[in-house]
Write a protein that binds this ligand. Structure first.
Ligand code: ZN
Length: 197
């Protein structure tokens, strides 16, 4: 369990993992604790992610806090003036500038909490996440449970075969899988469709 460092300087925390691994729950937990400590907090998410509610960040278990949808990473800087803690959910959907934005916030003594999918459904690093993982002081990789075998899961498996990297969905479209069950599914899909990935 992550415990907040006691210091007034800025820093960057990243929470990563597959879908259904509890990333957003962990982000919400940290923001709620910062609120208890009377820190000024704001949560941002990419405008693309409107699965549950436009102005809330909502975890799969429906735990929620208010959040602000932004079109691009640079909007976060202008909107978060005066904040002690800036949380960013679904960071994988932002452009690469999100890395630089987080560095600037931390330099301005802001605590930055970033949550995002570290791999896409092909098992490749997702968008700006590798960069964010590199610059963070604290990285927490949370795990889901494999929906096939019950082992620890770190992959997101797409049950419907197509090549869209960004396709918003839930349990209808994705499931968490361990590496082994993920590989079995991908190889089954390759056999079915003769796809190149
Ligand atoms: Zn499995």
């Amino acid at each position: 369990m992550f415990t907040e460092p006691q210091k007034e300087r800025g820093w960057i925390e990243v929470i990563c993992g597959s879908m259904f691994s509890g990333k957003t729950e962990e982000l919400i937990r940290r923001v709620k604790r910062a609120n208890i400590a009377n820190r000024q907090t704001m949560i941002f998410k990419p405008a693309i992610d409107v699965r549950y509610a436009e102005h809330e960040v909502v975890s799969h278990d429906r735990n929620s806090l208010e959040s602000i949808p932004v079109e691009q990473a640079s909007d976060i800087l202008s909107l978060s003036v005066g904040c002690d803690v800036v949380a960013i959910d679904e960071a994988q959907f932002f452009d690469e500038r999100i890395v630089e934005i987080c560095v600037r916030l931390a330099r301005d003594k802001v605590r930055v909490i970033v949550a995002g999918l570290d791999m896409d459904f092909r098992g490749n690093p997702f968008g700006p996440m590798p960069g964010l993982l590199s610059i963070a002081e604290y990285v927490t990789k949370v795990h889901a449970i494999c929906m096939q075998c019950g082992d620890i899961a770190s992959h997101t498996y797409k049950k419907i075969i197509n090549e869209q990297t960004v396709e918003l969905g839930e349990r209808d479209l994705y499931e968490a899988r361990c590496r082994n069950c993920f590989n079995e599914g991908m190889s089954w899909q390759r056999d079915q469709m003769k796809l190149p990935f």
